[in-house]
Design a protein around this ligand. Structure first.
Ligand code: ZN
Length: 131
C-alpha cells in the first residue's frame, strides 16, 4: 500500500500512519502512472504536431514581417516548454508505473515549466499586433 500524499509505504493499514491519508494499492498507483505516462506522451505528440503545423504556417510570412517573426520566436519557446513539461510528466508517469511512487521533483518541475509556458504564450500574443 502506498500513501498518495506523502509517498509513505504502509503495511496493511487502511490509512497512512504518518499523515492519515487513505492508502492506495500499489496496483492502482501503477495504473495511475500508466495513465499519466500515456497522457503525457499524447501531449508531446499532439503539441509537436501543432508546433510543426503553426511553424509552417508562419514561416512563409515571418521572413517579411518583423513582428510576426518575433511572435513566432516566442511561440517556439512556449511550444518547447510545453513539450518539456510533457517529458517531465512522462518521466513521472513511467517511474510511478514502475515503483508506484510519485516523484515530487518531477511534478514540481512539470508545474514550473508548464506555468512558464503559459506566461510565454500570453507574452507572445501581446507582442503581435496585426496591422
Ligand atoms: Zn502519508
Amino acid at each position: 500500500m502506498v500513501c498518495q500524499r506523502c509517498n509513505g509505504l504502509g503495511a496493511d493499514a487502511e490509512t497512512c500512519s504518518k499523515c492519515g491519508t487513505r492508502l492506495a494499492t500499489r496496483q492502482s498507483q501503477e495504473r495511475r502512472g500508466w495513465v499519466s505516462f500515456g497522457a503525457s506522451v499524447f501531449l508531446i505528440v499532439f503539441m509537436s504536431a501543432i508546433w510543426i503545423w503553426v511553424d509552417g504556417l508562419l514561416a512563409a510570412n515571418a521572413r517579411t514581417d518583423a513582428a510576426l517573426a518575433q511572435f513566432e520566436g516566442r511561440l517556439n519557446v512556449a511550444f518547447a516548454l510545453v513539450v518539456v513539461a510533457g517529458a517531465f510528466g512522462a518521466a513521472n508517469g513511467w517511474l510511478m508505473a514502475r515503483s508506484g511512487i510519485r516523484n515530487r521533483v518531477l511534478i514540481f518541475g512539470l508545474v514550473i515549466v508548464f506555468v512558464s509556458a503559459l506566461f510565454v504564450a500570453c507574452g507572445a500574443t501581446g507582442v503581435y499586433h496585426p496591422s
